[in-house]
Write a protein that binds this ligand. Structure first.
Ligand code: COA
Length: 286
């Protein structure tokens, strides 16, 4: 993998824009429906590393979208077919790079919001699974379609399973069947399904909710979930108690509690007034 990110972070297959504290990250390979090959994987990994390295609060939320007709058609089938010429070691190296990319997106310190239009298939559905929040256009099609190609949804399975659970995975991984946005919502892969015309407003509503909350609190809430999920209460009690105790006495926690009692906006909301999400008030989160 030879891709090197330069200092101004220019990419071949990604576009990024930052408005206020919100980063808009767009997969930009529309000719092949934003399918990802090794270059896209390298670029997404580099973007995730650079974003993680930013000072806390610089990016409060990320919106992940796809350019052109659809969100993402998954791994690049042309690239995968060529891997027959790779050695087993090279194949393992490539698969691990893809796995690390999904993990890096999954573990971003700030909320990742998926904006899904058209289709999210194979690894595209995997990208939806690593988003904290997903809004989809009602016509979008989803699918863990790998078995139709004689392969399987391996690398994305931990992230997809965490979202959709075992039962839905047993049906959808084994059939490879395509399914609707409504079904995706039913199984927990998607949180809001709206007409295409309302998709941006819905995403903006989520952004607005996030940037109106305490920045450190949001990051702490995100990091708490994987620490607690699936573990016995007795084991996690020290973690949850320490988490709330730390937030209560923090400057941000004190400011948020005082602002409520004094019936005023918390000071952090001053920093985020000019984000795209705070200006647009059309969307509704139901
Ligand atoms: N990898 C590589 N190329 C892909 C691709 C993928 N995952 N998905 C689509 N493409 C390419 C097509 O080969 C086609 O290339 P061409 O113009 O050189 O013929 C181009 O993207 C447009 O695809 P097309 O099928 O003509 O567009 P569409 O809008 O009618 O349908 C999809 C788009 C995504 C629904 C359809 O292409 C599809 O089902 N792709 C496979 C998705 C899949 O199974 N992904 C799992 C991968 S693990």
């Amino acid at each position: 993998m030879s891709f090197v990110v330069n200092e101004i972070m220019s990419y071949q297959f990604l576009t990024t824009t930052r408005e206020g504290g919100v980063e808009y990250l767009t997969l930009n390979r529309p000719d092949v429906r934003n399918a990802f090959n090794e270059q896209v994987i390298a670029e997404l990994s580099a973007w995730a590393a650079a974003t993680r390295a930013l000072a806390p609060g610089v990016v409060r939320a990320v919106v992940l979208a796809g350019a052109g007709k659809m969100f993402c058609a998954g791994a690049d089938i042309t690239w995968m077919s060529k891997t027959v010429q790779y050695t087993e070691t090279e194949n393992m190296r490539d698969a691990e790079a893809m796995s690390r990319m999904f993990a890096a997106l999954n573990e971003l310190p700030m909320p990742l919001i998926g904006r899904i239009h058209g289709a999210a298939l194979g690894g595209g559905a995997g990208l939806a699974a690593v988003c904290d929040i997903v809004a989809a256009d009602e016509g979008a099609v989803f699918g863990f379609t790998e078995v139709k190609l004689g392969i399987l949804p391996a690398v994305i399975s931990p992230f997809a399973l965490a979202k959709i659970g075992r039962s839905a995975a047993r049906e959808l991984f084994l059939t490879g069947a395509r399914f609707s946005a409504a079904r995706a919502k039913e199984i927990g892969l998607v949180h809001a399904v709206v007409p295409a015309a309302d998709l941006d407003a819905t995403v903006a509503s989520y952004v607005r909710e996030i940037v109106s909350a305490g920045p450190e609190a949001v990051a702490a809430a995100k990091s708490l979930i994987p620490q607690v999920w699936g573990r016995p209460i007795e084991d996690v009690m020290p973690i949850t108690a320490a988490a709330i105790a730390a937030r209560r006495v923090s400057a941000e926690g004190q400011e948020g509690l005082r602002a409520f009692l004094e019936k005023r906006a918390p000071r952090w909301s001053e920093d985020t007034k000019d984000t795209k999400g705070t200006k647009d008030t059309k969307g509704q989160i139901s």
